[in-house]
Write a protein that binds this ligand. Sequence first.
Ligand code: B12
Length: 328
Amino acid sequence: MPKKAKEKFIPNPEQMALMPDISGNSINGLHETAVRRSSPIYWQSPELTPFGPLMAWFFKQSPDDERMKTAQENRAKTLASVIPPVAPTQQQKSASDWRRLIKEIGLKSGGDIIGIAKMQPEWVIETFNIPQKSVIMIGVSMDYDELKHAPEMPAAVEVIRQYDRGHKVSRAITSWIHEQGWDATSLGGSGNVPILLIPPALACGFGELGKHGSIINRKFGSTLRLAAVVTDLPMEYDTPDAFDVDDFCINCRACENACPPEAISPAKHMVRGVEKWYVNFDKCLPFFNENMGCAICLAACPWSRPGVPDNLIRKLAKKKQENPTVKN
Ligand code: B12
């Protein structure tokens, strides 16, 4: 159980003084009934969001921790690595062969799960433009033994390590596509990503959205970090995967109860025209910022524990079989 789970959280006044007048929930379109693209809110160029000064405050808190420094240096090295230019001769293969090969390359270069989705305009964050037709999604799982320490340092270090792995895989896939004579862009998964990563990951079968606002996967539970590549390489697409996570989350209160700033809601909300689980940005952010990034909700989620997802999927399927018309 995360250490600080039940301590009463009182936000740092210095940080709260930087909060803009506008609510992050309004920027995110909470209670809006029309479908629209999301607006830049965090981990974007500071001038794109009223929460820019809060990002600067987050970086000022950086602890003097050797493991964190090493993880950050490794990620910087990965980001500085060279992606070869697009080869002059364009290779031709069937869409199913391209899909198979991309998955092979993604898994071989360190990804835990790779999926492919047709790009949708509403996944692109406002002010950005993504002309490519397809998105290749990469999932890398965090080690539960590190994650369970959230919000303490081992979990924060594990987050940066896995962001690095996501970048490595997205750059390896991009490099390989270039060698085949096709264009591709590595978006990675941390900092200045121009698209929302969860909707394409849902579309390509990574799992379902949990009450804690992150994806729950049938093998890796709530431990996945996401990264992406966009391209026009003509690939076959994957399909969504559903195993009744919604019905599980309605009855489970683990993340809700564990969240110190009480940012997780027991019910779904209307957000930009979609009824879905929504985490209160204004409550989540101050605690996240003061703790070098928090992942208590993921650590508290029963699906994160190794060995548990298989059991839960079996139980959910059995309940449905016994009574197919009633929700679990
Ligand atoms: C901004 C952001 C944050 C902010 C705000 C989070 C918040 N809840 O308000 C802060 C910094 C606080 C934060 C914290 C965390 N984040 Co964050 N965050 C992002 C980021 C950069 C952008 C998302 C965004 O703009 N959200 C604001 C609006 C758009 O939110 P929204 O309308 O509620 O939509 C969200 C979901 O509902 C879903 N969604 C959007 N449209 C639709 C449509 C349908 C039909 C459905 C079903 C879902 C869906 O996608 C959105 C993603 O949050 C993404 C990376 C990315 N480019 O997508 C990572 C990301 C969502 N975060 C992630 C994680 C893991 C975390 C943390 C656990 C931190 C950590 N230590 O790892 C916490 C958890 C907080 C929480 N419970 O939500 C992961 C989720 C991975 C997964 N398995 O799903 C992502 C994808 C990063 C990554 N590369 O892996 N995060």
